[in-house]
Design a protein around this ligand. Structure first.
Ligand SMILES: NC(=O)c1ccc[n+]([C@@H]2O[C@H](COP(=O)([O-])OP(=O)(O)OC[C@H]3O[C@@H](n4cnc5c(N)ncnc54)[C@H](OP(=O)(O)O)[C@@H]3O)[C@@H](O)[C@H]2O)c1
Length: 462
């Protein structure tokens, strides 16, 4: 259904839900580019109502008092408002308001990744039943047009993998920890000061935000329905500056990666830290930038990089959805089909290199390390990179191990005797496939210790 336009000046009225970071950015960007949008779409956009929670709050954008409302009913019941833009966030009341808008025959544009990841199929069904569109470019990777690419362009390709840096906050934290050597807590505090992290950073640092975005990308890429609750997820809170330093010495960088891949058994999907070789296209994507690589069977790999959050990049995605609606009457994008539930292929046990770090008091470290080496050799694995350091009190070792499945390594590291010897829980992070590992592996086998770095003894605690 096309968007009805009013009058000779072809005015289109849209209701805005939310005037926070994204909503304010939208109003500013519309004021800035309203004229060029009018020339390109032939329509003038008017925002008669803006829903907020607190009408007396001071705003950093100029709007008329009569635009502000706390009653979603004024937008939902207006027959001359054919488009609703939801940038308020959260599940309720956003879900109920969007469903009501769709059922009232209004097109909806939303930036709400959590809502889409958790209730996307219900919302898409309501849109289809009413013959209207639900557009959500801003829900994943801010200004990067990755949704449009998957939904509007890639129709003839079969996508076999989607991976990316989907969360700017964690990318900023990891980049800064590596560059400054500061701890996770110190960099998080700085990120909060700069407005890159929320007061409650859980959703970002524990990987929930990336899992919501990955669920949306996965559903679009493979026409399935993956629940964000089912996605195996790890955050970055256990990563220390030492891990980033050692990863770099080994030729890697640590990034929080969301990845989904078609397998014979279904979809292999996960969010967590990964060591990427420096040659990887995502390895040099730093600070708050996001990047998404989509692999299609005909087109090959395509990587998009850009700002994944913030008022303007996100407002850009919202505005582009709106102008697409105005420019193209009828169907803007392929209808997503999120009706086939799939369960992540959690049994997919790839044998790949893993980075392992463990710490113990000096007296027990040598014993713990001996047990670790024995276990690796007896299980058929190999240590292909290693380093370490020690103070008078404690010692810590970092290793890259090949030839073992994650579950095998994990069972050894967190169970049984080793755990009793360790000072804090060990760290285990997968490495992305790295062709250089194999040849160095062979060299290591020929000359054990070739890649072993001597342990540096430090005067201060590690
Ligand atoms: N911020 C980003 O960079 C970014 C990037 C991509 C996607 N997103 C998504 O965009 C959405 C908005 O994010 P944001 O950062 O702009 O949020 P925000 O700054 O917290 O703003 C939320 C706005 O919605 C209003 N609101 C919230 N709950 C409401 C309710 N129950 N009734 C009426 N109004 C309500 C708030 O009103 P008051 O102002 O009166 O409190 C506020 O104006 C979220 O879904 C988020 O995940 C954000």
């Amino acid at each position: 259904m096309s968007v009805p336009v009013n009058g000779e000046n072809r005015r289109v009225r849209a209701g805005l839900l939310g005037l926070g970071t994204v909503g304010s950015g939208f109003i500013k960007a519309l004021a800035q580019n309203g004229e060029s949008i009018r020339q390109r779409t032939g329509c003038e956009i008017e925002i008669p109502y803006i829903l907020v929670r607190n009408p007396s709050k001071e705003r950093n954008v100029k709007v008329k008092p009569e635009q502000i409302t706390t009653d979603p009913g004024v937008i939902l019941s207006s027959t001359d408002i054919p488009v609703v833009i939801e940038v308020m966030g959260g599940i309720e009341p956003a879900r109920t308001i969007i469903l009501s808008a769709l059922r009232a025959g209004k097109h909806v544009i939303t930036a709400n990744k959590e809502l889409l990841a958790k209730h996307g199929p219900e919302l898409l069904r309501a849109a289809e039943e009413s013959g209207v569109q639900l557009l959500f470019e801003a829900s994943v990777a801010g200004g990067i047009p990755v949704i449009r690419f998957l939904q509007g362009y890639l129709t003839a390709n079969r996508v076999h993998e989607v991976s990316g840096i989907l969360n700017g906050t964690t990318n900023y934290i990891l980049t800064q920890m590596e560059q400054t050597g500061q701890s996770f807590a110190e960099v998080l505090a700085k990120a909060q000061e700069l407005g890159y992290a929320e007061a409650d950073p859980t959703s970002d640092v524990e990987g929930f935000d990336a899992a919501y975005k990955l669920a949306i990308l996965t559903n679009l890429a493979y026409d399935v329905q993956v629940s964000p609750y089912e996605i195996p997820r790890e955050g970055i809170t256990s990563i220390q500056p030492l891990d980033l330093k050692w990863a770099r010495e080994f030729g890697y960088v640590i990034k929080l990666i969301g990845r989904s891949r078609r397998t014979e058994a279904g979809i292999d999907v996960s969010v967590g830290p990964v060591l990427l070789p420096m040659s990887h296209p995502l390895a040099r994507v730093n600070d708050v930038f996001n990047a998404v690589t989509i692999s299609g069977d005909v087109v090959g790999d395509l990587t998009f990089i850009g700002k994944g959050a913030g008022e303007y990049p996100t407002a850009s995605a919202v505005l582009e959805d709106l102008t697409a609606l105005l420019r193209q009457p009828g169907q803007v994008l392929r209808s997503p089909n999120w009706e086939t539930p799939v369960y992540p292929d959690v049994n997919q046990e790839a044998v790949r290199p893993f980075f392992v770090r463990f710490k113990a008091i000096v007296d027990t470290f040598a014993h713990a390390e001996h047990q670790f080496r024995l276990f690796i050799t007896r299980s058929g694995g190999r240590i292909v990179r290693e380093t370490g350091m020690a103070s008078a009190k404690e010692a810590v070792g970092g290793y890259v191990v090949t030839g073992l499945e994650k579950s095998v390594l994990q069972a050894f590291l967190t169970g049984g005797m080793l755990e009793k010897l360790l000072h804090e829980p060990p760290l285990l992070i997968p490495c992305a496939e790295d062709e250089t590992i194999d040849c160095q592996d062979a060299a290591f086998a020929a000359e054990p210790g070739l890649y072993a770095k001597s342990v540096e003894f430090m005067s201060q605690s590690v």
